[in-house]
Ligand binder design. Structure first.
Ligand code: BG6
Length: 477
């Protein structure tokens, strides 16, 4: 569905995220026809550059990161014609009137801040005081949204001084992933699952976001953050919320976000012996985490596994196990819902029955698998075996074509003014309220994260976390 004509101002337009994700995503939506030549994209950053130089930068970014076939050059040329550039000093007065002069009346104005959070307040203030942004404009901000509760509150305050909450779009790109939204469709558009979606029928849930990449090249940033701040407080927390939340009464942004907030507020304080921290060690030919971080004594975690309890009527007694880490065997993101076994096995001791398992695969091969128990085909009598009902989206829905990047959907939602897939300020603060005591306890502890081998499934203690409950992690890859 085409969106209204817009002026999209991209602060930090020469940065890594802009070139890798934001600009290619805009191009793909343009190419598909979701917006046309009546919209404009205006790069803004401190660098002095003219329109032609910015067009060259974007053209290079599309070649490098866009995955664009050679025959798409005419579309690329039309896209480049939408671009303009303004050199703006975020903290001073320079360049703002020039930027303002490039914007048109009567179209949606979106301001995307792909810049350090320390600049959010200054830019928001300039946009408002110069009159460049009005009550209809949208402002988009990226993570990290704070590094603890106090800093997140400060960022919220800085933004809200100039913009209303319904104008602020806090991106968590995990919410834009296709299968994450399918989780909501699966739960709330099918009557099969929802009656079972509680502790009576679900034994436990495993949420895994495993990455094979290291932190090489971004060690300096990562070392101040660690897996808890970089992944758990935001991405894994959002996955947990969507899995555990009550059905909202409508798919309206605030109805959905109210339910997600309630999940975060229901989380019990996590005891420290339910949490495992890991740090990858060196392997032949490959540096260790500490080498990548540039700190031989770093205690920052590159892996976290934890057992989380959602203390409410629906989930009491059903733990959620979360894990994420770098340098693991494979890149796999999934939510695995383990159903309880049938209450009685009529097939005898030789025919053990596992419970059903529903796996929602976010990446790499997006899809949904339901593990079932069936009769082993053939003449061998009544013997049971397990079989998967598998729906891999690329195979089942080939007409869907090229998978959409999360940013494509999220940016178009900004233009449409739909905040459903964006974090509200109170959600972010609640997630920090939960995470802060854990990070604080680590800071005050003399213990170091447990080393783990690169290319494996994380530290030994992460396995024990489930073993002691009589459970096992799903293998990574
Ligand atoms: C980012 C983190 O938010 O998400 C990175 O800062 C991480 O450390 C990335 O690699 C993972 O995103 P995706 O979409 O590749 O799973």
């Amino acid at each position: 569905i085409p969106v209204d004509s817009f002026d999209f101002v991209l602060f930090g337009a020469t940065g890594d995220l802009a070139r890798r994700k934001i600009l290619p995503s805009l191009f793909h939506r343009f190419q598909i026809g979701q917006f046309d030549d009546s919209s404009r994209i205006i790069g803004a950053s401190r660098s002095k550059m003219d329109q032609g130089e910015f067009q060259t930068l974007v053209s290079d970014a599309l070649t490098e990161f866009g995955g664009i076939p050679a025959d798409a050059q005419p579309d690329v040329d039309r896209f480049l014609a939408l671009l303009d550039y303004a050199s703006v000093d975020a903290k001073g007065d320079g360049g703002w009137s020039d930027l303002g002069a490039k914007l048109r009346d009567g179209v949606v104005r979106a301001f995307y801040l792909s810049v350090a959070p320390s600049l959010f307040g200054a830019i928001a203030g300039q946009l408002k005081s110069t009159g460049i942004a009005d009550d209809d404009s949208r402002i988009v901000v990226e993570k990290p949204f704070g590094h603890d509760l106090a800093s997140a509150q400060a960022l919220n305050a800085a933004l809200r001084e100039h913009f209303e909450e319904n104008q602020i779009y806090r991106i968590d790109h995990y919410l834009g992933k296709e299968t994450v939204q399918n989780l909501m469709a699966l739960r709330f558009a099918n009557s099969l699952f929802e009656p079972q979606w509680n502790s009576h029928h679900i034994d436990h849930v495993q949420i895994t976001v495993s990455e094979s990449i290291s932190v090489a090249g971004r060690g300096e940033y990562y070392d101040k953050s660690g897996a808890m701040r970089d992944m758990v407080q935001n991405h894994l927390m959002q996955l947990l919320c969507l899995t555990a939340m009550e059905p909202p009464s409508t798919f309206e942004p605030n109805a959905v976000r109210n339910e997600k907030l309630k999940v975060i507020e229901s989380l019990e304080a996590t005891p420290m012996d339910n949490i495992v921290r890991g740090q990858y060690r060196a392997k032949a030919g490959d540096d260790s985490y500490r080498d990548h971080a540039g700190d031989p004594a770093s205690r920052t975690e590159s892996f976290v596994a934890m057992k989380v309890e959602v203390a409410n009527w629906r989930w009491a007694g059903t733990p959620f196990y979360l894990r994420t880490g770098k340098c693991l065997r494979e890149r796999v993101s999934e939510i695995a819902v383990y159903f309880r076994k049938p209450p009685h096995n009529i097939f005898g001791e030789d025919n053990a029955i596992d419970g059903n398992m529903l796996v929602i695969r976010l990446q790499p091969d997006e899809g949904i698998t339901l593990k079932t128990t069936i009769k082993d085909p053939g003449p061998g009598g009544m013997r049971l075996t397990s079989a998967d009902l598998d729906m891999t989206f690329a195979d089942s829905l080939p007409e869907a074509g090229r998978p959409q990047d999360a940013y494509e959907r999220l940016i178009m939602d900004v233009i449409r003014g739909n905040q459903t897939l964006f974090m509200r300020g109170d959600e972010v603060e609640a997630a920090w309220t939960w995470a802060d005591p854990i990070i604080g306890a680590w800071d005050n502890s003399t213990r170091v994260p447990q080393p783990y081998d690169q290319g494996g499934s994380g530290p030994e203690d992460a396995l024990l976390l489930l073993h002691r409950d009589g459970r096992r992690w799903r293998p990574i890859g």
